[in-house]
Design a protein around this ligand. Sequence first.
Ligand code: ADQ
Length: 724
Amino acid sequence: MIIVSNRLPVTAKQEEGSIHFVPSVGGLATGLRSVHASGEGAWVGWPGIAAEALRGTEAAVRRDLAGHNCVPVFLSDRDVRDYYGGFSNRAIWPLFHYFTQHAAYDRSHWEAYRRVNERFAATAAEVARPEDAIWVHDYHLMLVPALIRDRLPEVRIGFFLHIPFPSYEVFRLLPWRQEILDGLLGADLVGFHTYDYVGHFLDAVHAILGRGNVSGNVEGGERAVRAEAFPMGIDYVRFRTAAEAPAVQREVERIKGHVGGRKVILSVDRLDYTKGVLERLEAFDLFLTENPAWRERVTLILLLVPSRTRVEEYRDLKRQIDERVGRINGRHGSVGWIPIGYLYRSVPFERLVALYRAADVALVTPLRDGMNLVAKEYVASQVEGDGVLVLSEFAGAAQELGEALLVNPNDVPGMARAIREALEMPKRERGERLRRMAERVRGHTVDGWAADFLAELASRDGPDRAPQPLAGDDLERLVAEYAAAETRLLLLDYDGTLVPFAPTPGAAKPDRALRTVLARLAGDPRNEVAIVSGRDRETLAAWLGDLDVALVAEHGAWVRERGGAWRATVARDAAWKERVRPILERYARRTPGAIVEEKAFSLTWHFRRAEPYASRLRVPKLLGALRDLAAHLDLHVLAGDHVIEIKAGAFHKGQAAAQWVEREFRFILAAGDDRTDEDLFGALPAGSCTIKVGGGRSRATYRLPGPREVRALLARLAGGRRRR
Ligand code: ADQ
């Protein structure tokens, strides 16, 4: 696996003319370090110092980094300023955190972003082998997936965004919104911390690119792209073990001694305006004013790590925080008590863990935060098991840590009340809440997070790969093989393969040109043509029954051989329908545009014409409702392209095709666009020509863009005979 991120897991430091490397800090670096260490892949990223400072030592740096399996992308001072400090941190970061007033849309910054993303993509493409998976990280590199895809069309690419993806109304403010989405959609899998972000992303893709989705699978385009939530976890064992260590225990005693046995409230952040530090201080100020009884009995430890110190907003914020802390200490403090202990620096791991363990309350109140690992680290480090977490509802972590005292960080009085509630919460309740959160944090570690993401990336529709375009030499070879074969089998799906999708199932009637080409193929005595469809018998018979072709209806439940009558391949009672139909109808009533279709062995819920918003809300719920029932009644629920199909028994297109395949044709061609056609492809002998119509991974060998191209191919095959 190749990891691509802005920063490498090690940062180059230059001291007295020589370069050495130290571990990088931050959630991403710490989180992925173990994933990287366990594999033999590479990590592509910036070593953390501008190229100018490295001049003359590039080769040595490259060699040293190779020892860590790292591959550097060197950035000049100007790149760092415009791509990193500029576009990434002055346009994307504020915008994606809903600080629209801080976002600056500078064209030269955008150009730098594009240029640097190109360089990351080129480096990644150089080191990747075709069978590798490439995992691109975070908002600095959102164009990289598509740029790698241009170079390596078949490689698996995953992308994970560590910050929020904002709602469409905010995202659309970005002048380069389309380019960013196109960049991300170069990946096979796009991951976010929460389902809200997934939803926002899919809304934007729909509104800006006009591409809808089914359960997170983005439609249209040449390949399947899936958006999913993967909430990032922490290395629980590392924090827990450290927190229990005797040295940390001693440090905890020391901290408690320093605060004179008072209650400890802890606040830990990178210094950033998204973290809500000023609002938090204001709430603490108000808490002290409103609760004189708590004066002298509590200390707030405010730990801030310097961050992006070259950006103006960050320097401003630092000044404001300094002033605010001074003001509060001046107003409420006494000779023997300083309300806020303020540290502006990075602290070593053991020290941080000791602070977490010593804290009675953790105040984690960002105005926005993709996830926020501090909240989880606090929970993991609570050895006594009764600390209280006060957590902003605008942190991604709030979705998993519902037992925290959730607050709105803009509601200062509300936060002040929460501080008091946290300090006065009965021990039992504290323990109960913390225990539940700790279980969850322990169960969702960062290793598990990475493994889930990578498994999902690897399993994109099973062991399949993206089929190759059917063109050039491959196409000529196929035509020649067809021409030479004495017996041929053509298995053709109907909707989406021979005709484009129509707004209603009834509107996709075959046109004259299609009927002509099918008749011509069927008329060749060497050919056996079968239309293998999910449709009902009546429609197939009415539309194609007069041609000399075999028909397979309802995904294989019914077969009609040439000149024969319909034969059911399964026998089942249909009592299950009485249970399922009312559910489908109820959902259809509440989803304008959705319709229910009934066939002999299946029920289908079509929602092609439903409003995307409505289907996004309804489809997962309907699927949830059906899954429970399906397990009960032994039904198969299939989510296809704008349809949900429920059928009884395990028949599929592949089984239906078996009766022909047994007859050993010299040439077999199968074409289909849907998930149900994968069963067909899978049932055919090696050497068959299988064609996936449209984008996405598939078991098929080849791909054609749409029905137009399939028909052109069939016309060519049929035409060959006429010329002879
Ligand atoms: P950050 O904005 O950096 O991460 P966070 O998730 O809280 O926010 O991670 C901060 C990390 O820095 C923690 O691991 C913490 O232990 C460490 N840290 C904080 N203060 C420190 C100090 N004084 N000394 C040493 N270490 C300190 C971004 C996103 C988040 C997302 C992560 C991971 O903004 O929303 O959770 O990436 O995806």
